[in-house]
Design a protein around this ligand. Structure first.
Ligand code: SF4
Length: 445
């Protein structure tokens, strides 16, 4: 096993493609379940390792050690290349041929790599062992390794594990798996603790601070965020915790938090003026905030968001939009773009529909919206070619081929890397969709 934490890398693993190996339960082709069309076939997605790019920025004393191949290392180092100039907080313990062939004891080598890493980096308080396709293929038990290493380094570094494998995930599931790994170790809230609010999902620090100020002005509290910015500041949870989801792709994390007694507050996600208001309102209602106070506290933000959005309406209104399945943010984004910017939804495809988390957003989609769960790549691309939307939101691997056919695209992954939640980001979010349309209009002149 070799440590690649600081190595330079050639171009990224091209959109790791679960095609062929993607789930095909029930056979390929669409089936209609309620109002959602389910497709099972070839997929084109990035794997869950990608989540490390935003998670390592958030938990500032954590380290993500991928136990994987050179392909995994290349993907990560290319996607987050700027880190090679800094002290990286992720790296890859590379499984060599000897490990893969069973000629070396991968557990012994992993223990040695972790010991070397922690000796070099005493600042690491939380270490995630991140599983990959190769570690899963050789059935390396990273849960057990994490328990063993946690005991070995007790008192200074906690070790957890989760899977970022591309075999059965889409890229935002990496965050779900990471946060789900944190939940069992969260401290228990005292039985007589006052009600607390837990915001679940990684938000940029600037967005988190804005929301903290709004909750403070609404006199909602204590408010905690998962993940916290430091390993020792992870929130306590219990039956008095009300949880508000900040990201729609955290189904497993939400399930585990509910098992710890937390109560889910149902709301649309905080995208745009309407989404942010309804999201804050769900918390305000749960904490008995007076409606007049709510209106007074949120009015300035609502006005700023509306003014920022109006600058993009001229470009976006009436434009036809298709989402291909990638980030799992597709339903709330579709709700925002159709209701606040008058865009026309041709198709909204998303990798998974977490019905309980998305219920409020789905209820606000225009009637008759074509909502697709999963992917069958070729028929989906045929529909794009037939319907010729003005804009297609898709993964990196599909953007260039579609652009080559004269179809304007937006990379879905940008929507996860960019601060987009809250009133003060509503204009930036709209601009992310307006920019490619403006660029292609200029190119056509
Ligand atoms: S985890 Fe799998 S899909 Fe992701 S980079 Fe590694 S080999 Fe590729």
């Amino acid at each position: 096993m070799a440590d690649s934490a600081a190595a330079f890398a050639p171009p990224a693993c091209p959109a790791p493609d679960a095609g062929g190996t993607g789930y095909t339960a029930g056979g390929p082709g669409p089936s209609v379940l309620g109002d959602v069309i389910r497709e099972r076939g070839q997929r084109s997605v990035f794997c869950g390792l990608t989540g490390i790019i935003w998670l390592h920025r958030k938990i500032q004393d954590a380290f993500f050690l991928i136990v994987g191949s050179r392909t995994c290392a290349h993907l990560m180092q290319s996607a987050a290349g700027v880190m090679i100039f800094a002290e990286p907080r992720f790296g890859t313990a590379i499984l060599e041929e000897r490990d893969l062939a069973g000629l070396a004891d991968a557990n012994d080598e992993l223990d040695r790599e972790v010991a070397r890493l922690l000796e070099r980096r005493p600042d690491i308080r939380l270490l995630f062992l991140v599983g990959s396709c190769p570690s899963e293929v050789i059935k390396l038990d990273l849960d057990r390794a994490a328990q063993r290493l946690s005991a070995a380094h007790a008192g200074r570094t906690r070790v957890l594990s989760y899977s970022g494998s591309g075999l059965d995930t889409t890229f935002t599931q990496g965050e779900d798996a990471c946060l789900a790994a944190l939940v069992p170790g969260l401290p228990a809230e005292a039985a007589d603790a006052p009600p607390s609010l837990l915001v679940v999902g990684t938000l940029a620090d600037v967005v988190e601070d804005q929301f903290a100020r709004l909750f403070d002005a609404l006199e909602i509290g204590p408010v905690r965020f998962l993940p916290a910015r430091g390993a020792d500041a992870m929130p306590a949870v219990g039956p008095n915790t009300r949880m508000l989801m900040a990201q729609p792709f955290l189904g497993e994390t939400a399930r585990l938090l509910e098992r710890r007694g937390c109560a889910l507050l149902r709301a649309p996600f905080p995208l745009g003026e309407e989404g942010t208001t309804l999201w804050l309102k769900a918390a305000a209602d749960a904490f008995g905030v007076d409606p007049a106070r709510f209106d007074a506290v949120t009015a300035p933000g609502r006005a700023r968001a509306r003014a920022a959005l109006s600058r993009h309406t001229k470009i976006l209104a009436g434009k036809r939009l298709t989402f291909l399945p990638d980030s799992q943010l597709e339903p709330p984004l579709a709700r925002f773009l159709s209701r606040e910017l008058d865009m026309t939804l041709v198709e909204v495809a998303t990798p998974y529909v977490h019905r309980s988390l998305l219920a409020a957003d789905l209820a606000l989609l225009p009637e008759g919206t074509r909502l697709v769960e999963g992917q069958d790549l070729e028929p989906q691309l045929d529909r794009v070619r037939d319907t010729r939307p003005d804009l297609v939101v898709c993964g990196l691997g599909l953007a260039n081929p579609l652009e080559a056919q004269g179809i304007t695209t937006k990379w879905a992954i940008e929507l996860v890397f960019t601060p987009i939640q809250g009133y003060d980001q509503a204009g930036d979010l709209a601009e992310l969709f307006a920019r490619p349309l403006t660029r292609s209009a200029l190119l056509k002149v």
